[in-house]
Design a protein around this ligand. Structure first.
Ligand code: FEO
Length: 171
């Protein structure tokens, strides 16, 4: 059984991961609207990946006999000043998610919940990758600067990110 404090924190993380998906889908829509289909694809894939994070927490809470409590999801912004500004927000968001995961580890530890601590290790490693991949995009966008041909080339590269198949398409 999960202790109430752990169960509450894990349910809150479901909300945060779902908001991440919302945020990235909104970003993808905006990137598409300014004719950057490769960036839009990259961010759409990121949004789908966030839904797999939601799924992991959801399944784990149920596996431990916990109760799922879904709360309202906040509306994300709908527009950004530039692709660079958008990726600066993305990195800041991922850093906040990393902090949230670290807090979950703390809660699990304080409650002597070793199973939850082990479960969270996947997310600890995942956040290292998330921050690295977003940080790389941000660095490259800074190099691109105000050079439209370079941005077009980068857009083509971003479009090569392997697609994640939505689970609804898998069945
Ligand atoms: Fe679910 Fe991007 O962290």
């Amino acid at each position: 059984m999960m202790k109430p404090q752990v169960e509450k924190a894990f349910n809150e993380q479901i909300n945060k991961e779902t908001y991440s998906a919302y945020l990235y889908f909104s970003m993808s829509a905006w990137l598409g609207s300014i004719n950057l289909p490769g960036f839009a694809h990259w961010m759409y894939t990121q949004g789908l990946e966030e839904l797999t994070h939601v799924q992991k927490f959801y399944d784990y809470i149920q596996q431990r006999g916990g109760t799922i409590r879904l709360e309202a999801i906040a509306a994300p912004p709908a527009a950004w000043d530039s692709p660079l500004a958008l990726f600066e927000k993305t990195l800041a968001h991922e850093v906040a998610v990393t902090e949230s995961i670290n807090q979950l580890v703390k809660v699990a530890r304080e409650n002597m919940d070793h199973a939850s601590e082990i479960f969270l290790q996947w997310f600890v490693s995942e956040q290292v990758e998330e921050e690295e991949s977003v940080g790389q995009v941000l660095s490259r966008l800074k190099m691109v600067g105000d050079n439209p041909p370079a941005l077009m080339m980068m857009d083509a590269e971003m479009g090569k990110r392997p697609a994640l198949i939505a689970s609804s398409e898998e069945v």
